[in-house]
Design a protein around this ligand. Sequence first.
Ligand SMILES: NC(=O)C1=CN([C@@H]2O[C@H](COP(=O)(O)OP(=O)(O)OC[C@H]3O[C@@H](n4cnc5c(N)ncnc54)[C@H](O)[C@@H]3O)[C@@H](O)[C@H]2O)C=CC1
Ligand SMILES: O=C([O-])CC(=O)C(=O)O
Length: 317
Amino acid sequence: MAKVTILGATGNVGTFAAHTISEIPYVSDMLLVGRPGREHYLAGCCRDLSDSFAARGTDVRLSYSTDLLDAEGSDVIICTAGVPRRADQNRNDLAFENAQITAKTAETIGQCAPDTLLFVVTNPVDVMTAVALKYSGLKPRQVFGLGTHLDSMRLKSLIARYFRVHVSEVHTRIIGEHGDSMVPLWSATTIGGIRISNLPTFSGLPAQEMIDTVKTSGEAIIRDKGATVYGPGEAIATLVRTILGNENRILTVSRYIKREIHGIGDVCIGVPARINRDGVFPIPLSLEEDEIAGFAESVEKIRKITAEVMERLEEAR
Ligand SMILES: NC(=O)C1=CN([C@@H]2O[C@H](COP(=O)(O)OP(=O)(O)OC[C@H]3O[C@@H](n4cnc5c(N)ncnc54)[C@H](O)[C@@H]3O)[C@@H](O)[C@H]2O)C=CC1
Ligand SMILES: O=C([O-])CC(=O)C(=O)O
């Protein structure tokens, strides 16, 4: 059985993630961590969630704290702490502000929970994963971000609708930045095990329109309802279930890569990875020419932003 800790637990994503994670059968303890001053809100969240556990028949020990040191002994720590963007902002606009929060948090986690897996959700998620890796001092297999997993799910749903098939029949991936330079892997997209390009209706597929929709999904939801909640919350639970169930699923998450993909790397970015109880392990990949070029561009973009943020963090210390 496992202890899962959620940071930023008073926020939109943290609150809903607590609900989705409580459904995972391997979770025995859940700790909600918020900022000092938020004790009443955290207590209310715990009571409300406990009611939902009672109604559902879930047996999870739930507690809250404003002291991150209580995360000691966690198997997985999920970091949703930080500022969200407004609809008129790019995720990268949040980089330095959230890096300061993530660096401080990661340092404490490295000291109090050296064996944990640290799962970063805070945006810009690829850059925050690099910050968390550096400042926690944890091993690369222990630190990962939500990356392009949610983008891949968004694309999957659009493809299923276009081909009028059940969403479980579609396998697809988006790699690279969780942002504008993301790269869809049409070469790795199948329906019912058949490569998508071998299907008769493939020629009419509005591929560019679909990827543009995925790129602007977060922004559109934030404009309409203030925050993306259900998509990220379920995506977070999928990853936690994969880890705690030692499932060895291949999901597309942000992870430090050296040069596993066509020699491109030295950055934290969305890549397919095998995920189990020991952490996250990137899968070496063979891509098509245009996919390699797109991925190289995305890597360069993230490497540059990451380097700038790291430099500013060091200057600010
Ligand atoms: N990677 C992904 O796919 C997604 C990432 N996100 C990101 O997750 C983060 C949280 O989003 P929401 O829950 O919508 O935001 P929110 O504003 O509802 O919640 C933010 C949480 O962070 C905490 N927080 C803020 N500043 C802090 C600080 N200085 N120190 C410690 N804690 C602090 C708040 O108390 C709150 O609990 C954002 O950065 C957002 O962009 C959100 C959805 C999907
Ligand atoms: O768009 C945002 O800011 C939140 C997010 O990352 C997403 O839902 O993909």
